[in-house]
Design a protein around this ligand. Structure first.
Ligand code: USQ
Length: 414
């Protein structure tokens, strides 16, 4: 009996101070740990003292090669990354190589690791890639949706109380002619009222996969009361985070027409004297945030998990800009710093999207949790230029794959 009560005290103590009870010490599993966001997020969580488990199948590396491109920042193999991490910080990551869309593999990893939180970044993330043809559309659709379903079932079976932090996209909402709320809105129709998910109008097969994921996550939440944060993230830019500064362990940085995103591409174009390319009229407006701020937001979501049974949506971006505004900001910053004015040359829009539109999405929930942007966009752009000038030669080698060639309407059946 005495034994039992001592045991009970230990048990209670353990419960109170267990990893779960103390949000500063968690076991975080990062799916897609080798990616642009996965790697710096792993560094942040490790440096905070959390335990990190990573999963990746290196599909992004393979698919970037498929379009004759590579990361502008030289990134070593994942094994090398882990070795360097250990040398520089003394810390390690438990790593599993495999596909989250493979249910057996993934369930086994979850059974072994039983994480407190799982960040799902292991989806095909390029809209242009998904529009290259039926093969890529199918690949994106199947792998993305199945991976999230596998995650849902594995969490339900192994750690039903864990936090699923899922990366969705602001592109799920599209560009409606009304304000965009954070996930849900009050609606009155034919005299009756409800609080419903905001209608989605995605603009590529990739963006639609994220809509389908969100629907599946909402349903999983109703079925099994899972804790879920669905992050509608804007376009991320930048080369640096605090931990990249400390360790010198860069994340990847893509600039080609398939894998590169607007601001990163514009900075690379200016660096090697290519025209900056806003597509079409350039009034396409999106939410943007820096890599540092993206990691801060994800970390804030991890440290402030949803309540039991809660499905919540965060719109994650700092400010919204039109691509025309971004192009001229990049032009100005470059001209001030290097006394040479890059050309801005609008190119025919390869995508099907509104080129002038209303855009006013809410983004208050992360601010309520304490989020503040780390730097002005102009200052971040200066840092990107500094890094890209170091790797100028690598950008020069990619000149052939920078201009847009993936035409949405021509997506072939092959
Ligand atoms: N754009 C240009 N010129 C370029 C490249 C892009 O004008 O050289 C325009 C596009 O037409 C689009 C906007 O910039 O209107 C954003 O395009 P992007 O390639 O930067 O971003 P996108 O394809 O929307 O996808 C990226 C990420 C994706 C993430 C998404 C967030 O690849 O994983 O989900 O940003 S969001 O855009 O908010 O949906």
């Amino acid at each position: 009996m005495k034994h039992l009560s001592i045991f009970s005290i230990f048990w209670l103590f353990g419960k109170l101070f267990s990893l779960k009870g103390n949000p500063d010490k968690m076991k975080v599993m990062i799916l897609g740990i080798d990616g642009y966001i996965g790697w710096p997020l792993a560094l942040r969580e490790l440096m905070k003292g959390n335990e990190v488990v990573g999963v990746d199948n290196f599909f992004t590396r393979k698919r970037v090669k498929e379009v004759n491109s590579e990361s502008v920042t030289p990134i070593p193999s994942f094994q090398q990354r882990l070795k360097k991490l250990k040398e520089k910080t003394g810390k390690s990551i438990t790593f599993y190589r495999g596909d989250v869309a493979d249910p057996k593999f993934f369930l086994e990893v979850m059974r072994r690791e039983k994480p407190d939180a799982i960040v799902h970044l292991a989806e095909q993330r390029s809209a242009p890639y998904s529009m290259r043809g039926l093969r890529q559309a199918t690949d994106t659709m199947v792998k993305n949706i199945v991976s999230t379903l596998n995650l849902i079932y594995a969490v339900k079976d192994t750690v039903p109380n864990a936090h699923i932090l899922k990366l969705g996209t602001m592109g799920e909402y599209g560009t409606p002619n009304i304000d965009i709320p954070e996930g849900f809105f009050d609606i009155e129709y034919n005299g009756r009222k409800d609080f419903l998910p905001f209608p989605k109008q995605a603009g590529s097969w990739y963006h639609w996969t994220k809509v389908h994921d969100s629907n599946n996550l909402m349903f999983a939440n109703r079925l099994w009361k899972l804790r879920i944060t669905d992050v509608m993230q804007g376009v991320v830019y930048g080369t640096r985070t605090k931990e990249i500064d400390q360790t010198g362990l860069f994340s990847r940085f893509d600039i080609d027409e398939v894998w590169g995103t607007a601001l990163n591409r514009f900075c690379a174009q200016a660096t090697v004297g290519l025209p900056i390319t806003p597509y079409g009229k350039g009034g396409q407006t999106r939410g943007f945030l820096s890599l540092e701020d993206s990691i801060t937001c994800l970390d804030l979501a991890l440290s402030n998990p949803p309540k039991e049974g809660e499905y919540r949506v965060f719109n994650q971006f700092d400010e919204h800009y039109s691509v025309r505004e971004l192009a001229s900001m990049v032009q100005q910053v470059y001209a001030e710093a290097y006394k040479k004015t890059p050309e801005i040359r609008s190119v025919p829009n390869p995508r099907l999207e509104a080129e002038e539109h209303y855009y006013n999405p809410a983004h208050e929930k992360l601010a309520k949790l304490g989020y503040r942007r780390s730097k002005e966009l102009r200052d971040e752009v200066k840092i990107i230029f500094r890094d890209l000038r170091t790797y100028r030669r690598r950008i020069e080698k990619l000149k052939e794959v920078i201009n847009p060639r993936t035409i949405w309407k021509d997506s072939p059946t092959k």
